[in-house]
Design a protein around this ligand. Structure first.
Ligand SMILES: Cc1ncc(COP(=O)(O)O)c(C=O)c1O
Length: 427
């Protein structure tokens, strides 16, 4: 028995399914999850010492690669001064100023410790601000595991065929209106029927939890116009896309300004940092300025914020996002060409440092179209790549991530290895 298998067996004795987040368990692709021991740049090493080119990047945060020396140094320096105080610190101001400078839709921003906390808090704020109970979300979008948001959700919820979680009382689930992504008419109809009761629309402005699905031209602008017409709050959940697809997030890429934005992943650089922010008038409703309660013992934790700030500073290097996007583009173009040579119906797409892989003839634009992709082929491809030393997300319903540390040689090596994996997938 190898060390991975040993660890997996041991983990399952004390941790449900041996993992602390469901998709890590490899249930949808089968096999034993790799227990990772170390990461450096674009690579991770498992407990048996095998190296992989990593396209998960901790599910998004590792935009500058693993264990970047400047990020590690910032963490060490911060840790030396104390791990947590539960009192305000100067570095939190630096983070807030950085976020407000880079995302002009943010006038005030509050730090939390995860993306889930950010979206849960933003929903409560939207409800408190409007005095309305209902929310609109979209099929296949995942916004963390808050009760109101685990209705037809993406990510692990979609992977395991449990898009709506047990344990969410109907009284809460019934307040969530779920509509198909990229369908403006459905949103208009929902507001016609129920507009006075809808507090907010929450959307992944590029969806990354049902594989990657990009918004149709004009879709986000249409959501903006509908929310304006009905006095509802538009929330862009940029936990995944923030500072990942563009220096100013999807809002900067498409030029649509949300009322509230939620952030996570990259802004913590691999440490637990989330944030929600937006228009002053709405954010001023948060306690202790206003009546909407929200708090956290570890919110704005100085060590975590140091990692995030160092990461964000690295993304401000001239040409950072152009280089990142070029790498992701080279990867998806290379994979499409390799699949073609293997005679496998396959498409791939990338925006900034985020990409999607689809065993289908066309790039999907809805959750239904993603579900119609050939999952068995993906699973065979995934395992062939893993065996060859490439670590992809262990699910057909997740986006992938390229980091600034991935070199041209890593991308070329990945494409070369994919050549054989596509043949294996086709069987
Ligand atoms: C768009 C989006 N929102 C929210 C979350 C939840 O973030 P966290 O896992 O940090 O709680 C995720 C996590 O994948 C996400 O992708």
């Amino acid at each position: 028995m190898n060390r991975n298998d040993e660890l997996f067996e041991r983990a399952q004795r004390t941790i449900p399914a041996g993992v602390n987040s469901p998709v890590r368990a490899f249930r949808s692709v089968g096999g034993t999850p790799r227990f990772l021991a170390r990461g450096e740049g674009p690579y991770v090493w498992d407990a048996d010492g095998r190296r992989y080119i990593d396209y998960v990047g901790s599910w998004g945060p590792a935009i500058v690669g693993h264990a970047h020396p400047e990020v590690v140094r910032a963490v060490q320096d911060a840790a030396r001064h104390g791990l947590s105080f539960g009192a305000p610190t100067e570095i939190e101001i630096e983070m807030a100023e950085t976020l407000v400078r880079r995302l002009p839709s943010l006038e005030l921003v509050r730090l939390v410790s995860s993306g889930t906390e950010a979206t849960m808090s933003a929903l409560r704020l939207a409800r408190g601000h409007t005095g309305r109970p209902k929310i609109v979300k979209f099929e296949g979008c995942y916004h963390g595991h808050g009760d109101s948001l685990l209705v037809k959700a993406g990510s692990g919820a979609l992977t395991f065929g449990q898009p709506s979680s047990a344990g969410v009382p109907p009284g809460i689930a019934n307040l969530t209106i779920v509509l198909p992504y990229n369908d403006v008419a459905a949103v208009e109809a929902a507001f016609r029927a129920d507009g006075d009761a809808i507090a907010c629309v929450i959307v992944e402005p590029i969806a990354g939890n049902m594989n990657m699905v990009v918004p149709d031209d004009g879709y986000l602008a249409a959501l903006r116009a509908i929310c304006d017409r009905h006095g509802a709050v538009l929330i862009f959940d940029e936990v995944m896309t923030g500072f990942r697809v563009h220096p100013r997030g999807v809002q900067g890429l498409v030029g649509v300004t949300p009322d509230l934005t939620t952030l996570g992943k990259v802004i913590g650089g691999g440490m637990p940092v989330g944030a929600f922010g937006g228009r002053r008038e709405i954010m001023a409703k948060i306690a202790p300025l206003g009546p909407v309660y929200q708090a956290g013992t570890l919110s704005g934790n100085p060590v975590a914020v140091a990692a995030g700030l160092a990461t964000l500073a690295l993304t401000e290097a001239p040409g950072f996002y152009e280089r990142l996007a070029a790498k992701a583009r080279a990867l998806v173009d290379g994979l499409e060409a390799a699949a073609k040579r293997a005679g496998v119906p396959f498409r791939a797409n990338a925006v900034g440092g985020m990409f999607g892989l689809y065993f289908a003839d066309r790039v999907p634009s809805t959750c239904d179209a993603v579900m119609a992709c050939d999952k068995e082929r993906f699973n065979r491809f995934f395992h062939a790549m893993l065996d060859a030393g490439v670590y992809l997300a262990p699910s057909a319903y997740e986006a992938g991530f390229v980091s600034a540390a991935h070199g041209d040689a890593d991308i070329a090596e990945t494409v070369r290895l994919a050549e054989r994996a596509f043949v294996a997938a086709a069987r």
